[in-house]
Design a protein around this ligand. Structure first.
Ligand code: ZN
Length: 267
């Protein structure tokens, strides 16, 4: 039997507490193999305390985000959490953690924050193209009125499981209320909407950036979706794009109906 080597690689960091200056050790990971250490996948997705360090001297709780690669060998994706964009990550590191050489079939992504990292793993586990979730997430937020955006801040807006059963194919947009801690609105992202989004935008994405995220760790985030949609909305203003403009307008109306279950009043 061949040895099933786990790529999970733990590391202990020496930290200086910013509150009291005391020293302490924090155990974390350089790489998490979600397939071969499923208990760590569970903690990464569900344990908010996983990346908090508690100072042994004064008890201060500090959020520690370090560079960590997540791999799913069954669904063939990798998401590299790189909190400092200046940190260079390479396929050489992947080989070192995983002891294998061929990851050509993998979708490769990077994420800046722990929240974005978790969100990206959920999106890629769902089986749909993660870029469609990002386009839907970005565009749905643009449909809110300014006072609603103020009440439901962007920093707290995220993608999560639609229900407590944690069904991978069943994700939702979650808008959290700023004033009321832990309260918010959950709107399911339907398969119908994902399919429609893909039909409309995938041909364009394949034309503009073919082979995106293949063998290269790319960040398809909210900001990425914003740039892409600005490009689309500018392009459809061209006189020869009347048909595409009609389709994008219809998609935006459907998005409003599907997500918010309401007809949007046209401006
Ligand atoms: Zn301390």
């Amino acid at each position: 039997m061949t040895e099933q080597r786990s790529g999970t690689d733990s590391v202990t960091l020496q930290l200086t507490c910013p509150a009291c200056g005391g020293q302490g050790a924090f155990a974390t990971w350089n790489c998490i193999d979600g397939t071969r250490t499923p208990e760590l996948r569970q903690r990464l997705l569900h344990d908010e305390n996983l990346f908090f360090y508690t100072c042994p001297q004064c008890g201060a709780k500090i959020h520690v985000e370090t560079t960590c690669l997540y791999i799913d060998r069954e669904r063939h994706f990798m998401v590299w959490h790189v909190p400092d964009p200046k940190t260079a990550v390479s396929l050489g590191d992947v080989y070192r953690y995983l002891g294998e050489a061929d990851f050509s079939a993998y979708r490769c992504r990077s994420a800046l924050t722990w929240g974005e990292w978790r969100e990206k793993i959920l999106e890629l586990e769902s089986g749909f193209d993660d870029r469609m979730y990002e386009i839907i997430k970005y565009s749905a937020y643009q449909l809110l009125k300014p006072d609603q955006q103020k009440q439901l801040p962007l920093e707290m807006y995220h993608i999560d499981y639609a229900k407590d059963d944690g069904n991978a194919a069943d994700l939702a947009l979650v808008f959290m209320e700023e004033e009321k801690k832990g309260q918010g609105y959950v709107y399911a992202v339907t398969a119908k909407l994902l399919t429609m989004t893909q039909e409309l935008y995938l041909p364009l994405l394949q034309k503009v950036t073919p082979h995106a995220g293949e063998g290269k760790f790319e960040r398809f985030s909210y900001a990425w979706a914003g740039s892409f949609m600005k490009y689309v909305l500018a392009a459809i203003q061209q006189p020869n794009q009347a048909e595409y403009r009609r389709l994008v307008t219809y998609w935006l109306e459907t998005l409003g109906q599907e997500v918010f279950h309401a007809d949007l009043t046209k401006k």
